[in-house]
Design a protein around this ligand. Sequence first.
Ligand code: N01
Length: 513
Amino acid sequence: MTTLETEPAPAPTAAAAVREVDVAIIGSGFAGLCMAIALRRRRQTDFVVLERGDDVGGTWRDNTYPGAACDVQSNLYSFSFAPNPDWPRSYSEQPEIQEYLRSTADRFGVRPHCVFGADVTSARWDDAARRWDITTTAGRFRSRILVSAAGALADPTYPDIPGLDTFAGTVMHSARWDHGHDLTGERVAVIGTGASAIQVVPAIQPIVESIAVYQRTPAWVVPRTDHPVAPWLKLLYRFVPGLQKAIRAFLYLVREFLVLGMAKNRRLLTPVGKLARAHLHRQVRDPKLRAALTPDYTIGCKRILISNDYFPAVAAPNAELVTAGIAEVRPTSIVAQDGVERPTDTIVLATGFHVTDLPIAQKICGRDGRSLADVWSEGMVTNRSAAVAGFPNMFLLVGPNVGVGHTSMVYMIESQVAYVDDALATMDAEGLEVLETTPEAQDAYRAMIAEKSKGTVWLAGGCASWYLDEHGHNTTLWPDFTFRFRKLTKKLDRENYVGIPAGAPTSTEEVAA
Ligand code: N01
């Protein structure tokens, strides 16, 4: 793809109370940027990207905790149409990924479309006008199309621990790191042992006086095969782009093999479990600590973590793994359920995100005025993870059942954007003003997801994870090979949508009848 020239969207006049646009995209992370770039590729310039932050990047802008890095190789964790021959390492760190997103936004002319500081507080479908009414902290907007690319790792979860609000020291979430606070020489508590915690712990352990890692559930951890990219290889990538493409394809295929074990036959995960056990054995000598770090569920049930320095950090003389559970937080300490009180200066909450209860769902209201959260009170349902009946002209990116634990989310995002792009092209070609999926299509998609999820490691692996909602349903992960998702979303399934041409009666039911 060639670089698109920057062509700014018309600036709102001071007098304009409501800015009219054709498409409004919420969020400027990988998904929002990918959607915006797809619009630019179809020469569409009448759109805005509503971004609550002050820069593009989404979760990669917000997660700046020490050690933040990607656990998917950069050759795969990047846009297929924007390869980067200059990745410094095989697995990049947060600053490089954020820089990649910033430069990609600039290269494809997305930045002039971004409205920063625009936190969407509500988006309501106006059926009479056939427009979305969007209220943000940076003003009001009206759009024909709404694309929510708000993401699943956007809003941190703060645990409900007794006394946490009475703590007199510093409390910070891994996703909202306070860089003004120096941890050197402090007694630090890290709560959680997920993907974020295992990166934070080794990054801060050498500088703190003591670190207590509060573990509720141990994680399976495999070695990280990270290495710097040699200058000659960067040159090769630059002058032989096919090589980087081939490596990307190879990495994709290797990772896709994991789906065989996770979704098809759990016994195929045995070698991966052995690899993780051997890694733990090699890195932790103390049998008691080793036992405490050994999960009792099938590998893959929760996200498989990759790290070479997490176990050594937990086993360090100034570190302690606390498995007793937290009874309460006091102003200067944490008391575990076995009664042991540990004086604490700073608490790091590495406790994850609102994934199965997406906060954006409370803000988007459809034709009958109900919010997505209301409609989803019995579980998130969609057609093809992108559209919801009762929410005309709205598409979701990185919403329900597109999550992947084994490979790059960017692959899924590109699949989703192609689907939305085809929906928009179909609307143009057929002169449709409104496009809305049917409840029947949602039911069929939900049934397909449930069928595919049966017997997978995520449901049958013996763990509790945020992959499942409160009813125990898989509403977050795509439970199959990712190339099957791509095939499913390659084109709009037009038969599953009701379309209203411009000028036709307002109600979708009238047209459907
Ligand atoms: O969050 P998590 P995360 N008391 O939800 C524990 C992505 N990511 O930020 O397992 C005590 O996975 C909770 O315990 P348990 C990636 O998709 C990617 O680490 O529920 N503990 C768990 O240990 C990842 O999956 C990269 O028993 C409490 C931890 O907190 C997603 O982000 C890097 C608790 C939360 O783990 C989220 O990862 C980093 C409580 N009340 C993150 N509440 C890449 O490299 C929660 N916990 C791409």
